[in-house]
Write a protein that binds this ligand. Sequence first.
Ligand code: SF4
Length: 731
Amino acid sequence: MKYAAIRYTSAPLEQGYTDRVLKIDLSSRRIAIEPIAPEIKKAYVGGRGYCLKFVYDGTTAATRHDSPENVLALSGGPFCGETGFVGTGKFIAGTISPLTNTFCDSNVGGHFFPLVKLSGFDAIAVTGKSENRVMVVIDADAGEISMVQAPEGDVTIRGAEGLIEQWKGDGKEANIAFVTAGIGAQHTWFGCLNSVYYDSRRLRCRSKQAGRGGTGTVMCEKGLWGILVKCNAHRSNANHPANHEKVLAAGHKLRDVIREVDPQAMRLVNQGTTSLIDMMNTNEILPVKNFQFGSSEQSQNISGKVFEREVFKQNVPDGCYPGCNLACTKGCENYVLKTGPFAGSRVGVDGPEYETAATASNLGIFEIDYMLEYSWYCDQYSVDTISAGVVMSFVYEACERGLLTEEDTGGLKLTWGDAATALEFLHAMAAGKPGLPAAAGHGVRYMKGWIADRAAARLKRSREDIRAELSLFAMETKGLEFSMYITKESLAQQGGYGFALKGPQHDEAWLIAIDQLRKELPTFEDKAEALLWFPLFRTWFNIVGLCKLPWIDVRNPKAKDTPFPAKNLPTVDYYLELVNGTFGTDKTLDDLLLESERCYMLQKLINLRQGFGTREYDTIPLRAMAPVFMHEYLSRKDYYDTYLKDAAGYSLDGSSNEQRLSLLHQYRRAQYEKLTDVVYKEKGYDQNGIPTDESLKRLGFDQPEFPDIVRAARERVNGIEQAEQERSAAH
Ligand code: SF4
């Protein structure tokens, strides 16, 4: 059934842009194509920049994730779809998140957005709500965009080949792609958005996920089953860069570096991101038992080498989009599911990625079969593997600490290492089973209150007291669950998570490797500088539609001769050649950073407008800074005692373990606050984390609406401080 349709003509791509946005209003069933003004393009570039702009313009301080006006924005960037370069299949999904109540975005690869661009659009902005589930179809070949009845049944990954066969008509499977979200996204706040495409090498559909922040949940709340794009136009040189030869030459250089370095380094092409497991375990960074510990002897069962040898056996190039020879999108064929609604089915599993594998170690599970099963079901259900895994491990620890009982868990006996029960928990959570599973689907922040409510009466303690205990090990900040790195021994990564505008996700600042492993940020100043530079440069990847891995995970051999090797500047030069080859410009790295800074500032302003964004929202749980409980400290007592003496300068003579742990807490908290002060200054914020008037002006945010947002935030903070002073005076 067709509810609405328009005829249209594809706009040609020029220098990576079509300069058009496709706007879909599900309430009024309006489909409209609008131009993107040159000043918007100049200021926000594309990708995350466009998502921020559409979400900012379309929402207000009162908008919640399920408000009809909430915008679900999707956008690639000028380089998205450039087959002559590396890592160009990426796009961004951004919205007001159910978990954080402010802007959150997630990047995802695959063929979907390159095909959307070929079909004539730089962005898609979806608003409104439909009572019955609909699908939007962009059929560039037929010159029609329509809103039609959604497919029957629970089709996300499973059954996708059938849908593609049905939809392809005279075209090729490879020229069809869609985004969708399944039942887990309907029942949780961390529903992900699947980007599904046909892989002609593996002869099946693959899916990549915009995992973080509940973009899939918002899609479901809007009554949108998904968006399908169909376009058989030629992809080669489709972006029409100003100087195609220059772009191709830059792509060749980067591919040569990858070919030379990756086989001797991370082996992403063979192991995917599972290659990180060993590296993290060796350096006490692999989360084990809800981030209590950073390593386990059992991790040898799940190392990248084991995945390479036993799981990723098909030797096919696994780039998520043509042009990428880092090709890290590994997968496993013919896996027979053992649990859940599809038990017995033979499926192809995409991944698991490092982050997904680490959610298993974080439950004390070191079994590859569990990881495959968990990964496939999370994708099929459309739930973020990270948030789902972290909320599960939080609940496990609450059980371990006696804050939840089997009565609270509905009979689930949650013990570390029990794979069968963990999967039972996942299936129940995705199905929205009443009780613990449905509650856990709202994430860690929500669960603090849920657990405190139950434990307070039983333990005869105050709700606040229990909440405070839970907050020590509840791995969330701003409402988003931590991604999978132990940060206790990396102050830089603590800041990377704490100051990240959307919450603790490493895509804004992944500094753990250069800080803790390579020791490239030895001083406080080095860390602070990195916390300014890396978020900005990483933001740039997200605004232009590029994957960061070829830059950050493949160190150019020439980088060692540069003053700051971690920035990998010789490879950054290839990106500059891509930029200037595409636009016919002479831009410098500083120009790119300035573009990022503007987008970064808009994100900060959205956070402030929504009532967040100040210093208190940049705090991180103690578990992210230090061992919380005595058994964690004792597990690395020698290390911590040496640290307290050598790094912190304490004399430990005659002190008890309790006193040492307390010193460690004080010292680590103070270090984090000190870092916060310095980084805020570098970023152009005041000590409350609010941008100064000069910063706003420098970046062009001096129209009255922006200073008004900042003023309101200052008043809010002043009001809180005054109320606190009055409270302490009254006591
Ligand atoms: S490095 Fe991996 S995720 Fe990035 S574009 Fe290439 S295949 Fe995709």
